[in-house]
Design a protein around this ligand. Sequence first.
Ligand code: FAD
Length: 311
Amino acid sequence: MKITQKLETASKPSYSFEYFVPKTTQGLHNLYDRMDRMYLLGPQFIDITWNAGGSDGSHLTPEMVATAQSIYGLETCMHLTCTRMPAEKVDEALDAAYESGCNNILALRGDKPDENDMQDGEDHFTYAVDLVRHIRSRFGDHFDIGVAGYPEGHDEQDDSSLLMQHLKDKVDAGASFIITQMFYDVDRFLTWVQECRDAGITVPIIPGIMPISTYAAFIRRASWCKVVVPDYFMQAIEPHKDDDAKVRDIGADLVADMCRKILAAGITHLHFYTMNLEKATCMILDRLGVTPEVDAVNPLPWRQSLARNRR
Ligand code: FAD
């Protein structure tokens, strides 16, 4: 089912989880175990990221999408970046997603294209909007297409009205929902959502929520994505920076408060960047009191499938 349909019919609030492709086979098995446990939390859909430029392990993205769709019965959104990759590789990934029953693609540019990356004569894409157009022209309405939005700006574009125009171009080209970059300043996010609406963007905007696992990871990711960390976050977390469990506990309180404020503003779906970890996301969902009752006896989908394959 398409994500926009899921969002319309889901009980509210709802949530989804993003996972990235692990580097090793052991990592992949660990992730499937974790996905199994997190399946019981009842996400509306999951995302699998794409390694930019089709680099190491990107072939695993369609494979993981197929596994999630068929074994977990989970609605899956496949990320796909379009730069530094020939058009035929893009098409291979789209065909694989189509064949696995996937209905959702997050269409991304990925790293900035480099003139040296492409051989003369190769077809290629420059911006995410090119990929959105390509998917629509090749697959019609089969896929819901999501695109990335940046409430606090994008480091290649200082002019916020141009950045907004580029987001609108992606929607006008056929995108049906937006997932945002992580943020911790909810007021700023809500102001940006209003600016999107004022610019005529009417599709669902899904906030990207980054849980806090450790102090080092929190600071690293916030600075990597160049997002503002409100003073009260630092005041609460910094004194405990050497105590991971305490940081996670305080972080869960802070991020759950953020989520409550977002939900109170009428946005009913939260997208968690799990970073392939479960604890910090589970703690936030627990605090929000939104997870379903779990039937602990019911075997999990991935283990059921392993057992079937061993027979
Ligand atoms: P675009 O929408 O193409 O924008 C990129 C820049 O180009 C912006 O500054 C924009 O203003 C500018 N621009 C757009 N159109 C034009 C135009 N016509 N003329 C001039 N300038 C223009 N990366 C990965 O490698 N793998 C992933 O799985 C992945 N998942 C992500 C998920 C989310 C929710 C987000 C927010 C980001 C993700 N990224 C991922 C990172 C993303 O690839 C980078 O942020 C990248 O720099 C921009 O991608 P985009 O799709 O937003 O690009």
